[in-house]
Design a protein around this ligand. Structure first.
Ligand code: APR
Ligand code: PHB
Length: 394
């Protein structure tokens, strides 16, 4: 079998890249280890930046998002019971974000792919990358017990943090930057109306909480928990009690509770590898970097990587601009590091670190208070939250 671009992984990165290439007439094949249902079963963040929305529109997968997504032009920060609204629209020159779950984005992209006739193989095993540094790379994999060989021009490694793509690059060719945070997020999804019409990121003595949503009838809440916590030890009742204690009083009084649809604990990590290219292999999305979820940058960063690689490939095939391939890593990383900084900063400001001393806590609280007292500080938070501009590919 032969294609132009082999895409490993059918998460948001692989599906979005595949769909954009499809529409540009660049042939591609997607290889995914799991079933479509498994991929759709993963519950992740749900805030889309303007650039991500625009890219989904360009991919022809935005109809439901535009109809059902909730436009948010602000969010709240809570510091020890005091509510502070960040007016995103005012401080970012009119930009907003869209609350629309990653699961729904993935579902829409899967449907768009099916409609476009793009070839995808789900439930593949033993995916291996070959001759990545040569002119003629290829991928081998097993599907229903048969071995398949896929020849291609380029490989997009969109297979997430645990994928095979990054692991196919010799360790001495990559530099890794990493921070593992000393806590996780316990998430709960419920069919209850959100406690507030905007997201609430709350810092409290008892630890951080986030009150988010998927729709006007479905809420998503998170609690900072210790790394040793087990989800089995968190009954719904215990979760709601703890959330109430971490919310400002008026919000806690309004909180509507109900049975959980899903509950899970996720660790928090910042992670980047450099470079994001090895020969004809390009790392995209979580395969090359991870952010902690504070600020909801994960999916949006994946979309900005896709934007860069897609525009480069269009120029490679359309105008013979093979010189641009060498620029992917540098272009993508420039924006990645800024989102890494913002996610790390939000995480540092809002969480309680078990090992931090009283002086450090004062410094962090003062830093956040200082940002909030200043127009420049609020602008800085808002422009990062709505998403910095995509890098130009020229
Ligand atoms: N072969 C084939 N597919 C694989 C392999 C493999 N060896 N390893 C992993 N995959 C698949 C996974 O099953 C998954 O469906 O690659 C996909 C990667 O998807 P994500 O982990 O969602 O990564 P990405 O598409 O880059 O999305 C980034 O989504 O996952 C969130 O937190 C993440 O929000 C961020 C964004
Ligand atoms: C979510 O709704 O799941 C969510 C929203 C904002 C974040 C993280 C997660 O910063």
């Amino acid at each position: 079998m032969k294609t132009q671009v082999a895409i490993i992984g059918a998460g948001p990165s692989g599906l979005l890249l595949g769909q954009l290439l499809q529409r540009a007439g660049i042939d591609n094949v997607i290889l995914e280890r799991q079933t479509p249902d498994y991929v759709l079963g993963r519950i992740r963040a749900g805030v889309l930046e303007q650039g991500t929305m625009d890219l989904l529109r360009e991919a022809g997968a935005s109809q439901r998002m535009d109809a059902e997504g909730l436009v948010h032009d602000g969010f709240e920060l809570v510091l020890d019971g005091r509510r502070e609204r960040i007016d995103l629209k005012r401080h970012s020159g009119g930009k907003t974000v869209m609350v629309y779950g990653q699961t729904e984005v993935t579902r829409d992209l899967m449907q768009a792919r099916e409609a476009s006739g793009g070839l995808s193989f789900y439930e593949t095993s033993d995916v291996q990358l070959h001759d990545v540094q040569g002119e003629k790379p290829y991928v081998t994999f097993s599907k229903d017990g048969e071995s398949v060989r896929l020849d291609c021009d380029y490989i997009a490694g969109c297979d997430g943090f645990h994928g095979v793509s990054r692991q196919s690059i010799p360790a001495d060719k990559l530099k890794t930057y990493e921070r593992v945070y000393p806590f996780g997020w316990l998430g709960l999804l419920s069919d209850t109306p959100p406690v507030n019409h905007e997201l609430i990121y709350a810092s409290s003595e008892r630890g951080f909480s986030l009150s988010s949503m998927r729709s006007n009838t479905r809420s998503r809440y998170y609690l900072q928990v210790g790394l040793d916590e087990k989800v089995e030890d968190w009954s719904d009742e215990r979760f709601w009690d703890e959330l109430k204690r971490r919310l400002p009083e008026d919000a806690a009084a309004r909180l509507v509770t109900g049975p959980s649809l899903e509950k899970s604990i996720a660790p928090l990590r910042s992670f980047v590898v450099e470079p994001l290219q090895f020969g004809r292999l390009f790392l995209v999305g979580d395969a090359g970097h991870i952010v902690p979820p504070t600020g909801a940058k994960g999916l949006n960063l994946a979309a900005s990587d896709v934007n860069s690689l897609y525009r480069i490939l269009v120029k490679v095939y359309g105008e013979g601009r093979v010189d641009l391939l060498e620029r992917y890593s540098e272009l993508a990383l420039r924006r990645i590091w800024k989102a890494e900084r913002f996610s790390w900063w939000m995480t540092s400001m809002l969480h309680r670190f078990p090992d931090s001393d009283a002086f450090t806590r004062k410094m962090l609280d003062t830093e956040l208070a200082y940002y909030l007292e200043s127009e420049a500080g609020r602008t800085c938070i808002a422009e990062n939250y709505v998403g910095l501009p995509f890098e130009e590919v020229a």
